[in-house]
Design a protein around this ligand. Sequence first.
Ligand code: FES
Ligand SMILES: [Fe+2]
Length: 382
Amino acid sequence: MSSQDSDELTPLRRFARGRYSVARPLARWYVLATSAELRDKPLSRSVFDLPVVLFRDGRGEARALLDRCPHRNVPLSDGRVVGGELECPYHGWRFDGGGACRHVPCLVGESRAKARDAVALPTRELDGYVWVMPAHDVTPTTEPYRFALAGAPGYTTVRQRVEAPGTLHAAAENALDVPHTAFLHKGLFRSESRGITLTVNVRRTADRVEAEYVGEPRPPGIVGRLLSPSGGTVQHWDRFVSPCVAEVEYRLGAENHILIATALTPASDFVTVMHACVSFKLRVPAAVVKRVLPPLALRIFQQDAALLAKQTERVRRFGGEQYAWTDADVLGKHIWWLLRAAERGVPVAIVNRGVTRGDAHATVKVDAGVGEALGALAAALC
Ligand code: FES
Ligand SMILES: [Fe+2]
């Protein structure tokens, strides 16, 4: 028996699908650092496994280069910033924010030569984040996503960075998936069905998909009454803004509004870094929420990260994945289609050709609470 024959007989090989939901939209913007992290030292980062070094140039502007010295392939992030130029630790070549080699020590004569330049990547700094496009040969025709409520009057913002051992698609779906909360986060979120049927309106456009949950009553208990004394319903939207932002938004009455916007950065195919930016105004004092929210969010995230790690391990061990879908899996497929469309640079409708359940507008009914994040916060505040 050949080794190939014996491979084919292993149970794993018989169940393997040989496929991963990995999309790599390169000509798009991704968060590689917060503004606060990028100070006077270079930062080593990775997007789609591409090594990137960030530093501040002579004007204090955030810049990104491929993290490889054109001289002898040494990581430039091991160097230092001197007068706004990035100095390689090996022979001291210096590069400006555009990647141009400005100084070659020991060389008598002109330092400038195109072949000595490092590769620069498009960079923007907005709303407290440094965005990079991992494509050096394109001129950006779009600008990064804006965190609209960060710093808005009346709102308080809390930021958190966490790492998820999963693909961009898996991390985005997890961030916007409602049904898992009652199981994976049991105890933190409501676990009993309240027997309420909710209507979910799904709308997809060229660059995003939104699920609007209709009919969720105010969270039960004293905090629900505190947040909204007059009752009312929770307005809840989950959105994926292609290719890398997950938004969860709640409104309860006129005085309570929460927007959790998370920028997802695929450091590699199977590791996604998440920069969560939570902006809120609530009837509860902001100082109280700021004390309660970070540890609560971290606990929820740790449960998600552990699950994503197990999911990823199982997909890789099988050499591929298997998915079964129901109407309650509201956004997962749409996220995948948008990612593939972004990767190919084609309109999403073309990607959907031949798919019967890919309607751009759909309404489904689910029996699942949708005010979970709000409910969990309410429970934690009690
Ligand atoms: S390897 Fe960078 S200067 Fe020589
Ligand atoms: Fe979760």
